[in-house]
Design a protein around this ligand. Structure first.
Ligand code: BG6
Length: 487
């Protein structure tokens, strides 16, 4: 189990606490990974009591377990595991902007603690200042004081730098755990094992053999109730310098010398710093119009709640980027992410170069496409490879096949809503899966020219339920390539 500590959650009444933190803590308790000396102090601005918090969180946990679309779907809640968490829940009413809140926390917290900022981004700096000024970030002996910071971490390079500078005034880099929930995904963590625990890939994982890489995070959901957050944010800020860059780093970074946090994060930083700043001419911003998604009619982005009727916020972005190092020079990485697309698919597709000599040029169907290795992240979990073989029969004909591995065929399903590993790692002090200040800043630096180029940029429209705007197809067609399908 993790060492004894108090988990202080700022934003105890919020969605993140209910949807992700509680189910993850419940799963950790079930796996026996939480210590006897564990307690949770929920802080929020509403009136409340320990019992009130316990009841609310019990109800939401039960509701999620009954929701078939939730990662947490289960027949029943194990009362021993939930009882372990429930009995340790306490509540403190407090305004994050008032020093009294932090003095009250100081009264309640002794020993090691993890302070989790499950709040809107505008409070991150305020909370860290409050913690620092109250002396809550001082560590004595073996005791630790750590802060988990959610995303979005800044809204551009300047604000990310400012936030880093502000929090680092109150504590040491090793105390800050900047979360990117993509790193909580088993399939993302496994990319490192796939690449570095197999000798097969190393020789071909480079510019001589790889034609291009496509990184996709396509969603079928729309913006729904999140218009207030999404309008000033958009798909680029919401997904690219954080989640998409994590996938990029995992697939393209150099092998770290060890699996140690600093070694891994240094390789990621080097990779992100090698991304050539992306010019607006290599990016397409799109916005969904009304359409059909999963068989039902859905409104245009501009008709979603809290969205301006003439909004030019992008709900889709496609871009081409280049990594300026020896391994990847000349290999384009095409990245796309969007809401209300034809299919839900998060994956990295590695497209290999064609065979050097067209031996089968005269046979029917000779040009069926390159060997493609897809690392499937969501909703399928696995690796699938598409390649060309001979079609059985007397004639030499080439056909395309797919061979795949799915995690579920080999491993038992471990209950996982995505934050278990991250919470556990933070309590045990393993920062491998968290973002260092330089990782965050490098992500923002790469997209900076796009952010700067935006006021003039046009937004291209695509119907909800489609594969994205035509302009994004043109971005690849320009290079003689095309996007892989989303089905
Ligand atoms: C979040 C974004 O960080 O990631 C959302 O704010 C997005 O807009 C989500 O939908 C995607 O995460 P996942 O795990 O559902 O692929």
């Amino acid at each position: 189990p993790a060492p004894p500590c108090t988990l202080v959650i700022f934003g105890a009444g919020g969605d993140l606490t209910k949807r992700l933190l509680m189910p993850s803590l419940y799963n950790l308790a079930g796996a026996g990974l939480l210590p006897e000396g564990f307690s949770i102090l929920g802080v929020d601005h509403n009136d409340g009591t320990d019992e009130g918090l316990r009841d609310t969180l019990t109800k939401t946990l039960e509701a999620f377990s009954q929701d078939p679309t939730s990662e947490f779907h289960a027949d029943h809640i194990d009362q021993t595991s939930w009882g372990f968490i429930r009995d340790r829940l306490h509540y403190l009413k407090g305004d994050f902007e008032k020093p009294e809140t932090f003095s009250a926390i100081r009264e309640r917290v002794t020993g090691s603690a993890v302070f989790y900022c499950a709040v809107a981004a505008r409070f991150f700096g305020t909370i860290v200042d409050g913690l620092g000024q109250a002396g809550l970030l001082k560590q004595e002996g073996d005791e630790f004081r750590r802060v988990v910071i959610e995303k979005p971490f800044g809204s551009d390079l300047a604000s990310a730098r400012e936030l880093n500078a502000r929090i680092l005034k109150q504590g040491d880099e090793s105390q800050f755990y900047r979360i990117d929930h993509f790193l909580g995904k088993e399939t993302v963590q496994s990319i490192m094992a796939f690449r570095f625990a197999n000798g097969l890939l190393e020789p071909v994982w480079r510019r001589e053999y790889i034609d291009s890489i496509q990184i996709t995070a396509a969603e079928t959901v729309g913006v729904e109730e999140r218009g207030g957050f999404y309008e000033p944010t958009g798909a680029l800020r919401d997904m690219v310098p954080n989640h998409m860059f994590q996938l990029l780093c995992m697939v393209a970074m150099e092998p770290p010398n060890s699996f140690d946090a600093e070694a891994v994060r240094t390789e990621k930083a080097k990779l992100a710093e090698a991304v050539r700043p992306i010019p607006p001419t290599d990016a397409v911003r799109g916005q969904y119009t009304a359409g059909t998604s999963a068989g039902r009619d859905v409104p245009a982005y501009r008709d979603e709640p809290h969205v301006a009727e003439d909004s030019v916020t992008e709900t889709y972005i496609a871009l081409k980027l280049h990594i300026e190092n020896w391994r990847w020079a000349g290999v384009p990485f095409y990245v796309r992410t969007g809401k209300r697309m034809a299919g839900r698919r998060t994956e990295i597709a590695v497209l290999f170069k064609p065979a050097p000599f067209k031996m089968f040029a005269d046979t029917p169907n000779a040009d069926l496409g390159p060997t493609v290795m897809r690392i499937l992240i969501d909703p399928d979990h696995g690796v699938s490879t598409e390649f060309n073989v001979k079609v059985p029969g007397p004639q030499m004909r080439i056909g395309r096949v797919r061979s795949g591995f799915r995690y579920k065929d080999f491993f038992a399903d471990t209950p996982n809503v995505g934050y278990e590993t991250l919470l556990y790692d933070c309590m045990t002090g393993d920062a491998t899966l968290f973002q260092r200040a330089d990782n965050i800043e490098a992500g923002w630096a790469a997209v900076e020219p796009l952010l700067a180029g935006w006021p003039q940029a046009e937004v291209a429209f695509y119907p909800a339920g489609s594969t994205g705007p035509r302009e994004a197809d043109a971005l690849l067609a320009r290079d003689g390539r095309h996007w892989l399908g989303l089905d």
